[in-house]
Design a protein around this ligand. Structure first.
Ligand code: SAH
Length: 252
């Protein structure tokens, strides 16, 4: 399978179908073929088809998911495009660096998602939290927001440049023997981690959100493999068992 087949462009909550069409055209011109929609406000319509200008196949093949977590559940690398520079807690990459990472990951057999937000409000904080890193097109800070279709075009072109720059994909270094954990597995781990922290009374009345955000960042940087996630979940299971035993031993 070629690298481009492992890179999906995910549009979240798109408000104008015309932009979905423009995104399809942007991808097809750059030899990319995977457009994924998350809860679009209006699905593919006449305007979308008109703006796709012949990239109808991509448009009509695009799967629709109810939320971002489901759309990227099988991905090992998830990068979120944001118009708001330095307002996110994530490491922020230039498009060329992000594209390089995406293409390298795809060559190593990983599933990659580049995620784009709504026209009016972009990606929510919860959605950005599902991303390992942010991508910001270094636009004028005083007028930083590109049209959604234009942002997709910039990234699609940059990904194509990165793919053309790869001298010989077949001869590329073999990937690590074990794949990084997929997104869905990591979410399972974070859920169990949250439950365990509650059980051992780690938060002591404080809101768990801030600690969980920091822990997500920490584990995000570690690029955990499937095996490492299993190890950590084993530790959490034991901690939960001990917390239950301690709870039973406590005088009521
Ligand atoms: N008003 C929104 C802008 C949304 S533009 C906001 O403040 O976030 C729609 C989408 O296009 C964004 O969510 C983002 O994914 C992408 N986009 C627009 N401009 C961008 C930029 N300068 N860098 C990276 N992505 C950008």
């Amino acid at each position: 399978m070629s690298a481009s087949a492992r890179i999906r462009f995910v549009l979240v909550g798109t408000q104008h179908p015309g932009n979905i069409g423009a995104a399809a055209r942007a991808l097809k011109t750059m030899g990319l073929a995977r457009l994924v929609l998350v809860a679009p406000e209006k699905g593919v319509d006449e305007e979308a088809l008109r703006r796709a200008a012949g990239a109808d196949d991509l448009l009509l093949d695009s799967p629709v998911f109810a939320n971002l977590a489901e759309a990227v559940a099988d991905c090992q690398l998830v990068l979120g495009c944001t118009a708001r520079s330095r307002r996110v807690a994530l490491e922020e990459l230039l498009p060329a660096v992000a594209a390089q990472q995406a293409v390298q990951a795809a060559h190593a057999g990983q599933e990659v998602a580049l995620v784009f937000g709504r026209e009016r409000t972009g990606l929510s904080n919860d959605e950005l939290e599902l991303c390992q890193r942010a991508i910001h097109i270094p636009s004028d800070p005083a007028f930083s927001s590109l049209n959604l279709g234009a942002a997709v075009q910039v990234l699609a072109y940059t990904v194509r440049m990165a793919m053309l720059g790869e001298v010989a994909p077949a001869a590329a270094e073999p990937g690590p023997r074990e794949l990084p954990a997929a997104h869905g597995q990591l979410e399972g781990f974070y859920t169990q981690l949250g439950q365990t922290l509650d059980m051992i009374d780690f938060h002591k009345g404080r809101s768990p959100d801030s600690a969980m955000r920091k822990l997500r960042r920490l584990f995000g940087k570690a690029a955990l493999t499937e095996q490492e996630v299993r190890l950590l979940r084993g530790i959490l299971a034991d901690a939960q068992r001990m917390a239950r035993l301690a709870g039973q031993a406590d005088p009521v």
